[in-house]
Design a protein around this ligand. Structure first.
Ligand code: NAD
Ligand code: MG
Length: 365
């Protein structure tokens, strides 16, 4: 285990399927290190048309002597589709990929989710390596083995649990990431602290400025702390039978806001930021948490430049209707992740819709 200010390694402990998450600058160029995770001679690098011109060559330089090809998606959530999984599988077929082949995902969560699902499907499951290039992918989507694609009927409706062999988070790739995307990633970092790590939450309050200014030491610390937290949850509850559902704090409200904006007004992390705050207000209203905790959350979100108010013109009744469609619900009642203040979240079933509506109405005025 390497551990200094700038490089960190965190292990996701899943027995035989355990894997390391490396965090640091310049890791893509450390080819001899990551190449050791390849078992066979066939590699398909999956990326997109924004990321590939920036970083693909650095990866393919490490594939010298192997049979490899690349498959590039167009940029955007719309391309996380079943059709593209089919094309990626065709690319593996053209490569003559055998069971020991590896798929490398070079990109954000869209590329990672699709690449992982493709790897899960080819010959019923081959290796894949995550090389996340967004902050959100580094702290969230690349770790934990949830893979999948969207269907016309909804987001992430087709997928599989398939853990990567390694996660290589080269923070140098974030240099080209737009600020808005960077902040959306911070939302998922704050979420981890809000759910289960009060000390980390306090650290984030103290380092909000450094983190938004992309101070490297603060950034690596924050990524590592969130990954360590998520790795622990995943090791205890890989397939979301219980605890892992807590990672959805703010997501039922957030998804409703994202859907209401037709996925064009809010980034996912922005929806989660507002959603966490609404969940905190609802928890406060239900007597589960103290107003001071809600205030701390709101101030931290503001300090890192995340939105804390619902978009103008939001319709509370429409948002409630969208929340009723959430996967966590059972027929007729709302099931939400609420919290008991900084660092403690819980699943609450049978939440009264009138309370949810009251919180939404207050937020929309
Ligand atoms: P994304 O993959 O769309 O990337 C965001 C944008 O940044 C894209 O335009 C992309 O081309 C660009 N980009 C990526 N890396 C860049 C770089 N280094 N420099 C410049 N631009 C870069 O979005 P995301 O936020 O990374 O991921 C969102 C996706 O992740 C969603 O599909 C969501 O469902 C999924 N997700 C999955 C999990 C999971 O557990 N599997 C968890 C959270 C989110
Ligand atoms: Mg999320």
């Amino acid at each position: 285990m390497i551990s200094n200010a700038i490089n960190q390694t965190i292990d996701v402990a899943l027995g035989e399927r355990s894997y390391p998450v490396w965090i640091g600058r310049g890791l893509l160029d450390d080819t001899s290190r990551w190449r050791a995770a390849l078992r066979g001679r066939h590699v398909l690098v999956l990326s997109n048309r924004t990321v590939a011109p920036l970083y693909l060559e650095r990866v393919t330089r490490g594939l010298d002597g192997l049979h490899w090809s690349s498959f590039l998606l167009d940029d955007g959530e719309a391309h996380k589709s079943f059709a593209n999984v089919g094309l990626a599988l065709d690319a593996l077929a053209s490569l003559g990929a055998t069971r020991d082949a590896c798929v490398i995902a070079l990109g954000g969560g869209v590329v990672g989710d699709l690449a992982g699902f493709t790897a899960a499907c080819w010959m019923r499951g081959i290796d894949f390596i995550q090389m996340p290039t967004t902050l959100l992918a580094m702290v969230d989507s690349s770790v934990g083995g949830k893979t999948g694609v969207n269907l016309p009927a909804g987001k992430n409706l087709a997928g599989a649990f398939h853990q990567p062999r390694a996660v290589i988070a080269d923070i140098g790739t974030l240099d080209s990431l737009p600020d808005r995307e960077y902040r959306a990633g911070i939302a998922e970092i704050i979420k981890g602290a809000a759910i289960g790590d009060p000390d980390f939450f306090a650290w984030l309050e103290q380092h909000a400025k450094a983190l938004t200014a992309r101070d490297e030491v603060a950034l690596v610390h924050a990524i590592a702390a969130k990954v360590r937290y998520k790795a622990g949850v995943v090791a205890r509850d890989e397939t979301e039978q219980g605890e892992r559902a807590l990672l959805n704090l703010g997501h039922t409200f957030g998804h409703a806001l994202e859907t209401a904006g037709r996925y064009t007004t809010l980034l996912h992390g922005e929806g989660v930021a507002i959603g966490m705050l609404l969940a905190a207000r609802l928890s406060e209203r239900l007597g589960m948490s103290a107003p001071a905790d809600t205030t701390r959350l709101e101030q931290l979100l503001k300090a890192v430049g995340l939105p804390t108010t619902v978009p103008p013109g939001s319709d509370p009744q429409q948002l409630l209707a969208l929340m009723r469609l959430d996967k966590k619900n059972t027929a007729g009642t709302l099931r939400l992740i609420l919290w008991r203040g900084i660092g403690r979240a819980e699943i609450v079933a049978g939440v009264n819709e009138a309370d949810v509506l009251a919180v939404l109405k207050e937020a929309a005025t």
